[in-house]
Design a protein around this ligand. Structure first.
Ligand SMILES: Cc1ncc(COP(=O)(O)O)c(C=O)c1O
Length: 378
């Protein structure tokens, strides 16, 4: 089989669980597997509440409803981010204000975030990019000073730690994705993790079509009814079954990813140092999650040339986010705090290498040989 860019790890437990759901005929939302997955995440993240949803984008959209963003509100969003970060704000009629990122690791530039706060700012959003923590201490400090909600995108970083703390503990509301490309994958899936319990009830209601169905299921009311805005964010228990098994296999999956990451990182570091290329900076005091392994090429011409070179050796590779501040919707629906030059440069220099739990030693060797046989031209 040809080398894949991403490829979810699947054990017989995943197949067995999915079969059991289908055979039981109980395939709707919040079935036994989805509830089990929610409990696993609650324990793993020491969360006040975990809402399993159908995607990371759903988690962002749900967070926008729960935070009650509306017209006139501003929400700080790093420009180098996945589109749903801007989309979820614009959907509420609020304005995403795009700030730049740290040129070393693609994480939010916290001093720009601080400078971008106005009397209309309601929230700071940020991502722990590539499994590496953003400067969460400063983000929390800015938020506390200005009474802002923090929405943390931890889609790349489930189970990572920073300064001894689990990642995903900074945000009042935290987004996770279980898309097929993520470390824990169920095809399409996600979670909104609530760390600040004041948002728990709104999360339950908004996720359940704006109803108090969860209170009804707990026997607190004798029927459920429409109480607020929301939508249907529940995945089927078929997805829940795959998710639950993946979470049970977390240590196996992470062990395999970390081992491939460390071998590839070791194998390309000398070439990178001699070629003016930066390899992903995992930071100090981080247990990153081996979600991505990327290099930053000197410029866009070399970015394209490396991708073509790798492709000719049978190695798929890719760029990543395109800056939101200069995107079509970002320009129309948002506001750029400044030029966003680091976001633009990061997007035009990054090359992501294949990274998943199914990489075999021969794949890793092929990737290393293919990368190190590329001659960077100044
Ligand atoms: C950082 C980040 N946030 C959010 C998302 C959206 O997740 P989903 O594809 O599950 O909607 C992604 C998807 O790739 C992502 O990388």
């Amino acid at each position: 089989m040809s080398l894949r860019f991403t490829h979810p790890y699947i054990s017989s437990a995943e197949l067995d669980s999915v079969r059991r759901v289908i055979e039981s005929g109980v395939t709707g939302g919040d079935g036994p597997f989805t509830l089990s997955a929610a409990s696993r995440l609650t324990e793993m993240l020491d969360a006040a509440h975990v809402a399993i949803v159908s995607s990371g984008t759903d988690a962002a959209e749900l967070a926008g409803i729960v935070a009650d963003f509306g017209p006139g509100d501003e929400v700080i969003v790093p420009s180098y981010q996945f589109p749903s970060a801007g989309l979820s704000v614009a959907l509420r009629g609020a304005t995403p204000v795009f700030v730049d990122v740290d040129p070393r690791n693609g994480n939010i530039d916290v001093e720009q975030a601080r400078a971008a706060v106005t009397s209309n700012t309601r929230a700071i959003t940020f991502v722990n990019y590539a499994g590496v923590s953003a400067d969460t201490a400063t983000i929390r400090q800015i938020a506390n000073q200005h009474d802002l909600i923090v929405i943390e995108d931890n889609c790349h970083s489930l189970g990572g730690t920073h300064a001894g703390e689990p990642m995903g503990r900074c945000g009042d509301l935290v987004l996770h994705s279980f898309h097929a490309s993520k470390n824990i994958a169920c095809g399409e899936g996600g979670a909104l993790v609530v760390n600040n319990p004041k948002f728990t009830e709104r999360t339950e209601i908004a996720r359940e079509k704006g109803t108090n169905r969860n209170r009804f299921l707990r026997g607190e009311v004798d029927r459920y009814t429409w109480v607020d805005v929301g939508s249907n964010y529940l995945p089927s228990d078929v997805q829940g079954a795959m998710l639950d098994s993946q979470l049970a296999d977390y240590d196996i999956i992470q062990g395999r990813r970390m081992s491939a990451w460390a071998s590839m990182n070791g194998g390309i570091s000398e070439w990178a140092a001699n070629s003016g290329v930066s390899v992903m900076d995992a930071g100090v005091g981080n247990n990153h999650t081996a979600h991505l392994l990327f290099v930053l090429m000197p410029n866009q011409t070399q970015q394209r040339a490396l991708i073509e070179h790798l492709s000719s050796h049978g190695v798929p590779s890719a760029t990543h986010f395109q800056p939101l501040h200069s995107s079509e919707a970002g320009e129309r629906r948002g506001r750029a705090f400044d030029s966003g030059e680091n976001s633009t440069a990061f997007a035009s220099r990054i090359v992501r290498l294949p990274m998943h739990a199914n990489l075999e030693p021969a794949d890793v060797d092929l990737i290393i040989d293919s990368v190190t046989s590329f001659e960077v031209r100044a």
